[in-house]
Ligand binder design. Structure first.
Ligand code: 5GP
Length: 177
C-alpha cells in the first residue's frame, strides 16, 4: 500500500506471524469448545479482519455477531465510559460467547463490554484479543486468548486505524506521528 504520508512506521507484527498465530488460536479455541456451539462477537470496526480470519480456522460450529461501541474519552485515552452504537442482533442467554477484540489497551472498554454482556446471562463468556499492551492496563481482565503482547506504541494495520485509514494493511505497524 502506498504511504504518501509516511505514517507507517516500524512493523511490529509481520503478516506471516499474524497468519501463524491466528491458526494457533483457531486450533486452541476449537479444542476448548469441542462439542459446543459458539457465538463469536466482533467488536467493530477494528476486529473485522481478525474475526474473519479466526473463524476460518475454527472446527466447531460458530455464529458471528457484532457490536459497535464508542468511548467518550479522547482518541488516544479511553475514559471507560462507553456508549453502545450497535447492539447484537441476537440474544446470548445460555450461549457460549467469545468476544473478539482487536486490541486491549487500558482495558476499560472491554471491562464495560464484559459487564454488559455478563448481565445477559450467557452460559460462558471469554475474550480473544489479537493484541494487548500490558503496560497500559488499568483494570484486571480475564483475557483467555491473546495473540501478541506489544509495547506501548500506537499501532495501525490488520483492522486497526488511524483516522479510519490503514485498516487494510496485512501487518501491524507503529504509527509515525
Ligand atoms: P481501551 O479501553 O482498552 O483503552 O481501548 C480499547 C480501544 O482503543 C481499542 O478497541 C481500539 O479501538 C483503541 N486502541 C487502543 N490502542 C490502540 C492502538 O494502538 N491503535 C489503534 N488503532 N487503536 C487503539
Amino acid at each position: 500500500m502506498s504511504d504518501a504520508d509516511g505514517a507507517i512506521g516500524e512493523v511490529l507484527v509481520a503478516a506471516e506471524d499474524l497468519e501463524r498465530r491466528v491458526r494457533e488460536l483457531g486450533a486452541e479455541i476449537s479444542r476448548d469448545y469441542a462439542g459446543r456451539d459458539l457465538v463469536m462477537i466482533g467488536v467493530l470496526k477494528g476486529a473485522v479482519l481478525f474475526i474473519a480470519d479466526l473463524m476460518r480456522e475454527l472446527e466447531v460450529p460458530c455464529e458471528i455477531d457484532f457490536m459497535a461501541v464508542s468511548s467518550y474519552g479522547s482518541a488516544t485515552d479511553s475514559s471507560g465510559v462507553v456508549r453502545i452504537l450497535k447492539d447484537l442482533d441476537a440474544a446470548i442467554e445460555g450461549r457460549d460467547v467469545l468476544v473478539v477484540e482487536d486490541i486491549v489497551d487500558s482495558g476499560l472498554t472491554l471491562h464495560y463490554l464484559l459487564k454488559t454482556l455478563h448481565a445477559r446471562e450467557p452460559r460462558s463468556l471469554e475474550v480473544c484479543a489479537l493484541l494487548t499492551k500490558p503496560e497500559r492496563r488499568r483494570v484486571d481482565l480475564p483475557i483467555r486468548y491473546v495473540g501478541f503482547e506489544i509495547p506501548n506504541r500506537f499501532v495501525i494495520g490488520y483492522g486497526l486505524d488511524h483516522g479510519q485509514r490503514y485498516r487494510n494493511l496485512r501487518y501491524v505497524a507503529a504509527l509515525n506521528e
